[in-house]
Write a protein that binds this ligand. Structure first.
Ligand code: ZN
Length: 659
């Protein structure tokens, strides 16, 4: 043993020595030709004369077979070969600059987008094959998004509406619509002053500074309203007044992806019940993240008749926020992207607004021709348009707004004579609140915690609520059975029991048997069963849980009452088992009975801390073994007694059945 240790240590020392000498640090087979990542990247930078910027950590990372990954003819292939080991990638910034970044699942390169569109086009050489693909997308997008079970929970409520504010050619009214029980979406409806049925434009918000209160946003909604379209502007999940309900951090979750779309669909539900809305003219327009919502709504809701995603749509970017890519929609039907999803809207009119300085720079070359081809299947190429602003960046400035106005003036026959942004009144944020400046007007049933959003997504929350009700019922009926005349005392006893039942349950649920590693049961020599592991996991709960119950009961009740409660927990196992012993050992002595009763009571008191009946029985089994050992040690032959008892029961049965 000692020798082994010495050897081991010496090898360690030898290893350290070798690694500090030239032999091992040299590039060779023995060292896997390894080099630190930072050095490899430095060498690539020098070799190809490019500048590397870093948005990823290289410290401590080592590249095996480092120099073998270099392709002398291609900096990009070399970078890919090295970076892919660490789930890093590069982004080309210009001919001489690359940025090293962590892998981003929603973002690919325009080159990837091009390849993907070529591949997608190959899937549908004709309109029939396109229709098949479209049917698949319409179905699988819903599945990937898991939206249908949530949509089923829509309340169908009417919104809480504010007073109407009247401006030059339009009005604004705030709303708070309860979309899911306790969850509200807040926003403002911009309505034309003109009479008759208005076109409707749903305006999901993007990640603009100031959200929907942003002046570019207000200007657009008001101007469209002046021209004859009712515009519904609403908060992102976790932004604006939604932040009061679920906090801002709730926005960067996959729930946001689903709930924002549920909100959009619920708003359509409501708006289409209104007599001033023309269901034949229902559009959607949003910029950036709002554009991502437009694409999704166009797939999910057939009531839309026109769509205008702005500085958003691309074949190589799904939107980097979890509210756009939190659910794996782009994996539908073996892989898709926003360009293909938008194509499912054909032949209904689409205008894609793009610019030269964000990921939509590729639209004129890639996404627009792709969309035209699909619209061509319907002989409707003229129904898809692209307004590209090559010198502009990622915003919703005047030229993008003009493109939006033009699209809806043409498609929805809006009154172009009313197009005048100078007539718009920019409102202060507080004027646009439904819940008041600090949420003081929030409805009583409004959820106020993101955790409560869980109830829409899984039945676990429901089952916990049901389990709480069940625990309450048990605690109540057990207490009632004691007929305690002092109400205060009864309430105390019930509270003590309830607290204990819940503590046992919660511990059980939070510490499943899988938290105990597999192993051998030292008593049986057999592998631990699931039940063994459950008992071990349950037994680890703090002793204070048990002590609080027993101390509380003993403080308020006499011993007989305490026992009664313990019997409820263990469904009368003490009496039942005692009866069994008396049948098996008909001449049980007083001393033997006292011993057995003591054991069973000990089992009972221990078993109350276990949730499942199987675990409770397992605890009793341990004490029953003690009883049987005691009988054997005191001149009884338990096995024989038991056998005689079984035979007697069998004989009685035989007599009964022959009668
Ligand atoms: Zn977002």
């Amino acid at each position: 043993m000692l020798l082994k240790k010495i050897f081991k240590n010496n090898f360690l020392i030898l290893g350290i020595l070798l690694s500090t000498t030239g032999i091992v640090s040299a590039q060779s087979y023995e060292t896997n030709f390894a080099k630190p990542l930072s050095r490899v990247l430095q060498e690539i930078s020098l070799r190809f004369d490019v500048r590397l910027k870093y948005d990823a950590d290289t410290t401590g990372k080592v590249v095996p077979f480092a120099d073998f990954r270099i392709r002398p003819y291609s900096v990009e292939e070399s970078l890919t070969n090295v970076l892919s080991l660490f789930d890093y990638k590069y982004a080309k910034q210009d001919d001489k600059t690359y940025k090293i970044k962590a892998y981003e699942y929603p973002r690919r390169t325009p080159d990837d987008g091009k390849k993907m569109l070529t591949y997608l086009n190959s899937l549908y050489p004709d309109s029939a094959s396109w229709e098949n693909r479209k049917a698949c997308l319409k179905k699988e997008v819903r599945e990937k998004l898991q939206i249908d079970p949530i949509l089923k929970q829509r309340t169908g409520s009417k919104p809480i509406l504010s007073k109407i504010r009247k401006y030059d050619g339009y009005t604004v009214q705030n709303f708070a619509l309860e979309t899911l029980p306790g969850l509200y979406v807040c926003g403002s409806i911009y309505t034309p002053l003109s009479k008759g049925k208005h076109a409707l434009i749903l305006c999901p918000n993007g990640h603009w500074g100031g959200g929907r209160y942003n002046s570019d946003e207000q200007t657009r909604f008001a101007t469209l309203a002046r021209m004859g379209a009712a515009c519904v502007s609403y908060d992102l999940f976790g932004w604006g007044e939604s932040e009061l309900q679920v906090t801002a951090s709730a926005h960067r979750t996959s729930a946001a992806h689903i709930i924002q779309l549920v909100n959009g669909i619920s708003l359509l539900d409501y708006m289409l019940t209104r007599k001033d809305i023309d269901p034949a003219r229902v559009g959607a327009n949003g910029g950036s993240g709002g554009g991502s919502q437009v694409v999704m709504l166009s797939v999910l809701d057939n009531r839309l008749t026109a769509a205008c995603p702005t500085v958003s749509l691309a074949s190589h970017f799904d939107g980097g926020c979890p509210c756009e890519s939190g659910m794996p929609v782009s994996l539908a039907c073996g892989g898709t992207n926003n360009a293909e999803l938008m194509a499912t809207f054909a032949p209904k009119p689409v205008s894609v607004i793009s610019d030269g300085k964000d990921w939509t720079a590729s639209v004129p070359e890639l996404e627009y021709p792709y969309l035209q081809r699909i619209f061509g299947f319907y002989h409707a190429r003229n129904q898809v348009s692209n307004v590209h602003l090559p010198n502009e960046g990622h915003d919703f400035g005047i030229n993008k707004r003009r493109a939006v106005y033009d699209f809806f003036i043409a498609g929805f026959a809006l009154d172009h004579k009313m197009l005048d942004e100078s007539k718009v009144t920019i409102e202060p944020e507080v004027a646009m609140h439904s819940f008041g400046a600090k949420g003081e007007k929030m409805p009583a049933n409004a959820i106020r915690d993101f955790k409560q959003v869980e109830k829409y997504f899984n039945r676990k929350a429901d089952s916990k609520a049901n389990s709480d009700i069940d625990a309450e019922k048990r605690a109540q009926s057990w207490t009632d059975s004691l007929k305690i005349s002092n109400q205060e005392k009864a309430a105390q006893v019930k509270a003590i029991i309830l607290k204990h039942i819940k503590a046992v349950r919660d511990w059980h649920n939070e510490h499943p048997y899988t938290t105990i590693p597999e192993g051998i049961n030292p008593l049986t020599g057999k592998p631990l069963s699931q039940l063994d592991r459950e008992v071990i996991a349950n037994s680890a709960k703090p002793a204070s849980v048990h002590k609080a119950l027993m101390d509380g009961l003993r403080k308020n009740l006499d011993e007989e009452q305490v026992e009664k409660i313990l019997d409820f927990y263990t469904i009368g196992k003490v009496a039942f088992t005692m009866k069994g012993y008396k049948s098996i050992v008909p001449d049980l002595t007083e001393k033997e009975e006292a011993y057995i009763l003591g054991q069973l009571k000990a089992a009972r008191e221990q078993a109350v801390d276990y949730k499942s009946m199987k675990a409770i029985s397992a605890i009793f089994e341990v004490y029953k073994n003690n009883c049987e050992k005691y009988l054997n040690d005191n001149g009884r032959n338990w096995r024989q007694l038991y056998k005689a008892y079984v035979n007697k029961v069998k004989a009685e049965k035989a007599i009964n059945s022959s009668k």
